[in-house]
Design a protein around this ligand. Structure first.
Ligand code: CDP
Ligand code: MG
Length: 141
């Protein structure tokens, strides 16, 4: 296994529910460290760029509206096998299919409002991290 960085978002529904702490605890208990963090509202155009791969999907406009509806916590997470580890602790996209104890099983409200985002591959992680963070903002853990 190799040390990796991945990109994570605590989505507006989870920030609104005041569960940033419990979600970070799950990351930390699973060996993921916060290497950068920013609490912010994502501008619409940036959000459309971030989710560009989904542009043609029927849920795209609803997804962008939700993701720009309130503050989110943007993070770089660092750790052994961080990309796959993060996807594992997040749980499936559809919270009804998410394994018990995963972040989405615990804190998602629906398929769209599913509490967290996590990069799905090394190339996505690289692209997503640099869309939101300068190199100088990321701690070398
Ligand atoms: O976030 P993840 O990589 O698990 O799923 P995705 O297929 O990349 O979809 C991105 C996001 O779009 C999901 O996390 C959901 O918030 C949303 N989505 C949706 O609203 N309806 C779907 N049928 C699929 C995804
Ligand atoms: Mg995805």
């Amino acid at each position: 296994m190799a040390k990796e960085q991945t990109f994570s978002i605590i989505k507006p529904n989870a920030v609104k529910k005041n569960v940033i702490g419990p979600i970070l605890t799950i990351f930390e208990k699973n060996g993921l460290k916060v290497a950068a963090a920013k609490l912010t509202k994502i501008p619409k155009e940036k959000c459309e760029e971030f989710y560009a791969e989904h542009k043609a999907r029927p849920f795209f406009s609803e997804l962008v509206a939700f993701m720009t509806s309130g503050p989110v916590l943007l993070m770089v997470l660092s750790g052994e096998n961080a990309i796959a580890k993060n996807r594992e602790v997040m749980g499936a996209t559809d919270p009804k299919k998410a394994a018990p104890g995963t972040i989405r099983a615990l804190y998602a409200d629906s398929m769209g409002e599913n509490a967290v985002h996590g990069s799905d591959s090394p190339s996505s992680a690289e692209r997503e991290i640099h869309l939101f963070f300068d190199k100088s903002e990321i701690v070398n853990l």
